[in-house]
Design a protein around this ligand. Structure first.
Ligand SMILES: Nc1ncnc2c1ncn2[C@@H]1O[C@H](COP(=O)(O)OP(=O)(O)OP(=O)(O)O)[C@@H](O)[C@H]1O
Length: 453
């Protein structure tokens, strides 16, 4: 979207000159107090250029300064660039004192004013993003997300953080299970003690037991000295067992004993060592199904999952997609000193249409390469390795009934996501009744939407 710049100046020549200099923007004008305030309210411009000498007394800066003060009072984030005549340094300084962003002396030089406006705009955008982030960062500051879906999860996590309840974090790969585990720890009374994470899937089965429980000197060949396991290193703090579903069945019994009795024995050891830790587990696997086919112990399942928390996949967090994308764009732009600073409309549509099977981790990877690869300042779908949505989803058929079916199914899915899976809201967004919605779900075989209710 093109940014709007408000030019407050009574000189038609200067108005024209500024319009010509700022062709990248939507420039709107005002030539006195009333029209300036009306335009400010109407367009909410991030940047205003303001001539201080305005009627009724153009020779005096008082009207300009009055407008400036009122703009700052009405919209404090507005960046006002004050334009002054020669020898008006005093007024310029006064204006900066009142909250103007910068000042500029006539005659107007096209390149300089362009530069000033761009700088002001960048700053305004940065401040705007920071304010969104600040709002988004509830107690759990690591977790970026505005969607209802993620906010509910944050609330649940905040509540259980204060307790020692075993929490099971469920969700697809890359949805942020480890981030949640760390946040729960940081909001718990154990926050000053260690947070120790171990991934049960990445450690070979024969080493996992000694990694977790530690071993005594001489317990096996190569055990040259007594070594603490992850459980003991987490003493007083939190142990995060990632991919608990991948824990070998043999080791599950030992794990269960530790969770029930809160004591461990090192491999090759005879002493029971008491441990006081909180355990948070995570998995992307379907544990109930594993319990059913006996590859996961039922008693352990209930022990680790006193409170399960389901972290939604990114594709169900519609409004977070762009927020996260902008957050990562800013981070990587600084990290790689790159020039990319925004997304094209097509890139935004492509991101919203993408299924994100790898969730936030996939988004980080895509953003990182896009920031490095982008030729200009605007990131395109291609830079993200995404197909433009228009080309991708344009139905190839010319059969009108099929075209309509495809379009309707797509609209239903979008409304469903936007309304956070609420059927009444979905129907409302689509402008149809709930019974009609249900009959459309049947008609178009959108069973997955029904099962989620
Ligand atoms: N809400 C969030 N805000 C910002 N960054 C996030 C958020 N959630 C996750 N991330 C980032 O996304 C990446 C993946 O998160 P994390 O490792 O926690 O996912 P995971 O579900 O544990 O993945 P896996 O199951 O593959 O281990 C990390 O780099 C993390 O910092």
């Amino acid at each position: 979207m093109t940014d709007t710049i408000l030019v407050v100046d009574d000189d038609l020549g200067i108005q024209k000159q500024l319009k010509w200099s700022l062709t990248d923007f939507n420039v709107v004008f005002a030539d006195n107090y009333d029209s300036a305030i009306a335009q400010l309210r109407r367009h909410e411009p991030k940047v205003v250029t303001l001539d201080l000498g305005l009627p009724p007394d153009p020779a005096n800066a008082s009207e300009g300064l009055r407008i400036l003060q009122d703009i700052i009072a009405l919209a404090p984030r507005t960046k006002v660039i004050v334009v002054t005549g020669n020898n008006e340094k005093e007024n310029a300084l006064k204006a900066v004192n009142f909250g103007a962003y910068d000042f500029y002396q006539k005659p107007i030089d096209s390149d300089t004013i362009k530069l000033l406006v761009n700088r002001a705009l960048n700053l305004a955008e940065l401040e705007h993003e920071n304010s969104i982030l600040a709002k988004t960062r509830t107690g759990m500051s690591r977790i970026v997300g505005n969607s209802e879906a993620i906010q509910q999860v944050v609330k649940k996590a905040e509540k259980i953080a204060a307790t020692d309840i075993s929490t099971l974090l469920l969700g697809e790969s890359g949805t942020g299970k480890e981030v949640f585990a760390r946040s729960i720890h940081e909001h718990s009374p154990r926050k000053d003690k260690p947070f120790v994470a171990i991934n049960c899937a990445s450690i070979p089965e024969n080493l996992l037991e000694s990694e977790l429980f530690g071993y005594e000197k001489g317990a096996f060949t190569g055990a040259n000295k007594t070594t603490l396991g992850k459980i003991e290193t987490a003493q007083g703090g939190t142990l995060f067992l990632d991919e608990i579903g991948d824990m070998p069945i043999g080791l599950q019994a030992k794990m269960l004993r530790f969770l029930q009795e809160r004591v461990i024995e090192r491999v090759g050891g005879r002493n029971e060592i008491p441990v006081d830790i909180r355990v948070i587990c995570a998995t992307h696997r379907d544990l109930p199904a594993m319990v059913a086919n006996e590859s996961f112990r039922e008693d352990l399942y209930y022990r680790v999952g006193e409170i399960p928390i389901l972290i939604p996949p990114l594709r169900e967090r519609d409004q977070d997609i762009i927020l996260l994308a902008r957050t990562f764009l800013n981070i990587y732009r600084d990290e790689f000193n790159a020039k990319a600073k925004s997304f094209s409309d097509a890139a935004i549509r492509a991101m919203l249409g993408h299924k994100w099977p790898g969730n936030i981790r996939e988004m980080q990877n895509k953003l990182k390469s896009a920031v490095i690869m982008a030729e200009g300042t605007v990131i395109q779908p291609d830079d993200l390795g995404l197909m433009p949505v228009d080309g991708e989803s344009e139905p190839e058929t010319l059969n009108l009934r099929e075209v309509r079916e495809i379009a309707e199914s797509k609209a239903i899915r979008r409304a469903y996501q936007q309304s956070d899976k609420n059927m009444s809201k979905t129907a409302e967004l689509l402008g149809i009744t709930r019974p009609t919605l249900y009959s459309l779900l049947d008609k178009y075989n959108l069973e997955d939407l029904k099962n989620n209710v």
